[in-house]
Write a protein that binds this ligand. Sequence first.
Ligand code: LMR
Length: 334
Amino acid sequence: MKIRSLFIGLVAMGLSAAAVAADPVVIKFSHVVANDTPKGKAADKFKELAEKYTKGAVKVEVYPNSTLYKDKEEMEALQLGAVQMLAPSLAKFGPLGVKEFEVFDLPYIFDGYEDLHKVTQGPVGKQLLGKLEARGIKGLAFWDNGFKSLSANSPIKTPEDLKGKKLRVQSSKVLEEQMRVLGAIPQVMAFSEVYQALQTGVVDGTENPHSNLYTQKMHEVQKHMTLTDHGYLGYAVITNKKFWDGLPAEVRGQLEQAMKESTDFANKIARDENDKALEAVRASGKTAIYKPTDAEKLAFKKALVPVHKKMESRIGAEIIKEIYKETGFDPSRL
Ligand code: LMR
């Protein structure tokens, strides 16, 4: 009785249930990349701000580099409530049944970060995050990584150079199709397995933003890389909806503020982190970096943009059209 009155008294004094609880609320934040990447740094920033704004009522445990779960398992763990937060790449939502997210994988749909932000920071992005709720997931934000280069052990100057090559892709049907139109053989594989697959020749090549390539040391096992910028790789930060909705309103507000600021941070550092990683790959001298000419880039575009039409029935013609409208992309003008 006494304890109950004390508790009610503390709540009446303006302290939330979480604040008076002896144990902090723990958020396990699992991800698959290194700490020293845009996502790794943003997750650490979220931890710092979340713990600061909740004055310790929330403790965030960040598990990088697939130390807790690999790609597929982490999605299941979130839905089961074994982890509370993830930031999977947008290419990994198809297996959940939210196929619209694969719109971000369409080759050359964004000309750069400015185009991309019109979507992720506008109504289309909001609408996409909303689609996760039916799966018990709350979408909190989009975090940038960057634009992908293609790598292999032989030079890549034309789309034909990839014919017959086995190329690792994330679990996205759009990315599989993208490799198929090049005459390559797509191999879906968890991120944690890519380095070894490249090293042992299980696959011949892959695609990545430079920060991922460099921090996983893939450049040590790839002799050639071409700056095709053919597609985007970024993230949706997600949480278990039941967990999130069950937080005291005050704590949720503090976490929303921490998420807002870490999102601004992520999206500010991403371009620079990728530029720095590219320079580090160059300095390593292990991978020859090729910058395609305008004509060569156009050849890649012409080969890859037909993927948009081919994947329309999977992703939805409407959302593709909405993105074209936001960014001004017109496939007929190639
Ligand atoms: C990949 O699997 O290549 C990426 O999704 C890894 C990541 O999270 O950036």
